[in-house]
Structure formats: structure tokens, C-alpha cells
Design a binder for this molecule. Structure first.
Ligand SMILES: [Zn+2]
Length: 480
């Protein structure tokens, strides 16, 4: 079989059929193709893969096409090593490419092919799963099929993101996820600002433990060397905030992560807290985890300033640089990588990330890919965009219970005053970006799911180009 012949046969069945060029696998007698309704996996001459796939349809000349569904994904995983998510902790730079809807992975891989960075393709939190009404399997299916379409053999990860409960972690692992991001926020306490209240919160901790910590941490020379010196007050803040989280992290690590039967990348995240992770607190956590023999592959502190969704960093970039430098030094000392969450569109701090991490980092993005989908719709399907925008305005108050954003409605132009050709400007203004960013679940829920997916399929080349440009900018600025 050759590509020209294969395409000819496919186009007899569907005039709009196209090959995914890089998916061509002569050794498996298989390749991926675009059909108008849905992508397909095609095989010829009853190759080895064809024998195991199901639901196929015979075209002519021995070519069969199969749906890219869950069952066939498992067949592909079984036979083709490169389609299984793997641990990427050994690779210095990884980039999280959360794809809330599912069709962005192919374009993401086109970017990754040009850079020295490994992709975490499937990356979804419980919040995103609930809001998009997708399952762990759905998300991984989409990622695996994008790997097949792109012919990507460089390895990819799958991240059960921001998981707070042991049963959710176990579930994600049972579906084949290769990375777990443990969210400790339910086990954290915000340290009181008033010294008296801080002291009384601290004094509820077991006295022997406090005495041991005071001896160990106050004036600790390693912390001093790293620029994360702890005095009594700093120790009290760290201990109050993280005292309960350390045993929880240890429990998850010992009883789930190390017992998974394969290498799992383990990330500890404390970024979704109302208080900054001070460098001294970071040191305390790193050292306590080391004492408990917990080996984290990455850690996501809550940095100084604000990391709001879909917009650039809010805060003093110089101050960020200074404090980030200490976080990086601590991570290096304890042997893990710094992870930057809500990393999309934070272009003003990327030079610091590239420089201070020494090229070893994890950066997560997700919603910005959704915003690129909205951009395509604003440009190509104004009527649909208007429905989405109205739905976003109606749902904003509910969405704000789930995401922290400023989003000043008075700064967003009224929809009926904006001409179709200017709708795209909403994607270039911070307040409307945030409005559209956090209300995706409501749009999908309130009847717009199918039109959105149909529009992205219809305009997939524009969508791919947008993603390649936008994610390419992120990865280039990170120095990959
Ligand atoms: Zn996070």
C-alpha cells in the first residue's frame, strides 16, 4: 500500500478524507485519517493491528477503517509502546497541555516536535472532569489518538491533576495515568496573621514535636545558605500551615504511589491556597518530606503575586524573580523540579523560569487551549460565539465559586455593540478572556457542547494553527 493509493480509496468513501501523514506505520499496516464526521484508524491487508481492532468497516483493496474509540485505544496501547503514557521525571523539561475538550493534542504535538520538551498531554483535574462531563478514560483516549495521528514516538505523560482524594488517585492510576499531582489544600491551614493567634494555633501541635522542630529549623544553616532562613515566627507559620499535610502526603506516597507497580511521577501541589508559600515554608516542607522518605518529582508552591487563569502574571516581576530564585535553589537541593501551575500566558515571568530553573521545570497550561478554541469560533462562527458569550455572562457568578479571577464586567464591551469582525477582540482583553476562560463548563452543559465540537471540527486547520502559534510562543519563551 502507498499513501496516494490509500488516500484515493478513502476519498471514495468520504470526499473530504485526508491522511495524517506522520501516522503512517508500514510495519503495522496502519495509519490515521481524517473523515468528515470523525477521525479513523485505517489498516490494510489484515495487518497485526487489524486482527485485534473492532467495529471496522471494509472499504476497497483490503483497507478497513476503525473508530477511534476507547476499546480500540486499548488495543493500540497493548500493541504500540509509544502510545502508552510514561514517567517523564527523568527528562528535565516537561510541559502540561491540558485539553479540556480533547481535539488539541495533535497540534500540541506539532509544537513539541520542534522543541526540547516532553509533553504531558492528558492533564485534567476533578473540577475540569466534572465541568466538561468527561471521564479519565475520555481524556486519555483523546491523548492517545493524538499521539497516533501525530506519529509521536518521543513519550508523553498523563497527569491526574490536583487530586485531593485517595480514591480519585487510585482511579486515575487504574486508567493508566503516569503522573499524580497531589493537591494538599484540604489538609492545609491558613496561618493567622496576628502573632497571638499564630502562637496559639502553633501551640496546639504536640509539644515534643514543637521542641524538635525549633531545635532543627530555627537558624538552620542549610535554610540560611539557600536564602530561606527560618526564625520562630516563620517556623510557626510553616508548621501551622503544613503540620497536617505532611502525614497526608506521606500516606499517599507510601500507600499508593510506590505501590502502583510502575514508575509514577509524583507532584506535590500547594498552589491553590489563599496564602503564599514563603521560601522558608517551602524549605520546611521539603525537609519534612525528605525525613519521611517521600520522593517528590516536582513541587508547585504558591508563588508571590497572582497567577490568574488565562492572563499574564499580576505582581512585581522583580520580586517574583527574587523569591523564585530561592524556590529553585530549594528544589535543586532536595532533588525535584519546580512546577508552575496556571502557567499559561504568564509571559512576563517566563524569562525567570527559563533562567533560574536551570532548564528543569514543569509548567502547566490548560484553559488557554480552550481560549484558542473560542478564538476560532469568534472568528469563524459569530452566531455561535454570541451564544457562548451570553451564556458566559449568565454563568459568571457560579463559575467564580470555582475559579479565582478579577474579571471586571464593566471593562467588557456590550455584545450587541460589537460587530462580527471585532468579536475576536474579546480574546485579546484580560477581563473578557477570564469571563470566557472559567465558564466553559456552563457553556457545555447548557446546550452548546455539540455546536462547539462541530465548529472546531469544521475549522480544525485554523484551530491547529492557533494552537501551534500560541503554545509555540509559550515553549519558545521558556527556552526549550
Ligand atoms: Zn495548580
Amino acid at each position: 500500500m502507498d499513501k496516494i493509493k490509500a488516500l484515493e480509496i478513502l476519498q471514495k468513501a468520504d470526499a473530504s478524507a485526508e491522511l495524517y501523514e506522520d501516522s503512517w506505520m508500514p510495519e503495522e499496516a496502519a495509519f490515521a485519517a481524517w473523515f468528515e464526521d470523525a477521525d479513523v484508524l485505517a489498516t490494510w491487508d489484515e495487518g497485526p493491528l487489524a486482527k485485534a481492532l473492532t467495529g471496522g468497516k471494509e472499504l476497497s483493496d483490503g483497507i478497513r477503517v476503525y473508530p477511534m474509540n476507547h476499546q480500540n485505544r486499548l488495543v493500540v496501547n497493548e500493541r504500540l509502546d509509544f502510545t502508552r503514557p510514561v514517567s517523564l521525571a527523568a527528562h528535565g523539561r516537561t510541559f502540561g497541555l491540558g485539553d479540556r475538550l480533547g481535539p488539541a493534542g495533535y497540534a500540541h504535538l506539532q509544537v513539541v516536535k520542534e522543541h526540547d520538551v516532553k509533553p504531558i498531554l492528558a492533564q485534567q483535574s476533578m473540577r475540569e472532569l466534572t465541568l466538561t462531563n468527561r471521564t479519565w478514560d475520555d481524556v486519555l483516549d483523546a491523548a492517545v489518538w493524538s499521539v497516533v495521528k501525530a506519529g509521536w514516538k518521543g513519550g508523553f505523560g498523563a497527569d491526574g491533576d490536583h487530586l485531593k482524594k485517595k480514591e480519585d488517585i487510585e482511579h486515575a492510576l487504574s486508567c493508566g495515568y503516569s503522573m499524580i499531582t497531589l493537591d494538599c489544600s484540604e489538609n492545609l491551614k491558613t496561618p493567622p496573621e496576628s502573632p497571638a493567634e499564630l502562637e496559639s494555633a502553633y501551640n496546639t501541635i504536640d509539644a515534643a514535636k514543637r521542641a524538635q522542630w525549633e531545635k532543627e529549623y530555627i537558624g538552620n544553616p542549610l535554610a540560611q545558605k539557600l536564602g530561606a532562613d527560618l526564625d520562630k515566627a516563620a517556623l510557626m507559620r510553616a508548621a501551622v500551615a503544613f503540620g497536617d499535610a505532611i502525614p497526608f502526603i506521606t500516606d499517599v506516597y507510601e500507600n499508593i504511589i510506590t505501590k502502583a507497580g510502575r514508575r509514577i511521577d509524583f507532584e506535590v501541589s500547594v498552589d491553590e491556597t489563599p496564602f503564599e508559600t514563603e521560601p522558608s515554608t517551602h524549605f520546611f516542607v521539603a525537609n519534612e518530606l525528605k525525613k519521611a522518605n517521600v520522593v517528590a518529582d516536582s513541587m508547585a508552591p504558591r508563588f508571590v503575586g497572582e497567577f490568574q487563569k488565562g492572563i499574564d502574571y499580576i505582581g512585581d516581576v522583580k520580586q517574583f524573580h527574587k523569591s523564585f530564585k530561592v524556590h529553585c535553589a530549594i528544589a535543586k537541593e532536595f532533588g525535584y523540579r519546580i512546577s508552575v501551575h496556571s502557567g499559561s500566558d504568564k509571559f512576563s515571568i517566563y524569562p525567570s523560569v527559563a533562567e533560574l530553573t536551570g532548564g528543569k521545570f514543569h509548567v502547566k497550561t490548560a484553559g488557554t487551549n480552550w481560549l484558542e478554541a473560542v478564538r476560532v469560533i469568534a472568528e469563524k462562527e459569530p452566531e455561535l460565539y454570541r451564544k457562548m458569550h451570553r451564556c458566559a455572562l449568565e454563568s459568571l457568578e457560579d463559575a467564580k465559586k470555582l475559579y479565582v479571577v478579577h474579571c471586571d464586567l464593566s471593562k467588557i464591551k456590550a455584545l450587541d455593540e460589537v460587530a462580527d469582525k471585532d468579536l475576536i477582540d474579546y480574546l485579546n482583553q484580560d477581563d473578557s478572556r477570564q469571563l470566557l476562560h472559567i465558564t466553559y463548563g456552563f457553556m457545555l452543559e447548557k446546550g452548546l457542547r455539540e455546536p462547539i465540537y462541530a465548529a472546531l471540527r469544521k475549522h480544525r486547520k485554523t484551530f491547529d494553527q492557533n494552537l501551534i502559534r500560541h503554545i509555540g510562543k509559550h515553549i519558545s519563551l521558556l527556552g526549550c
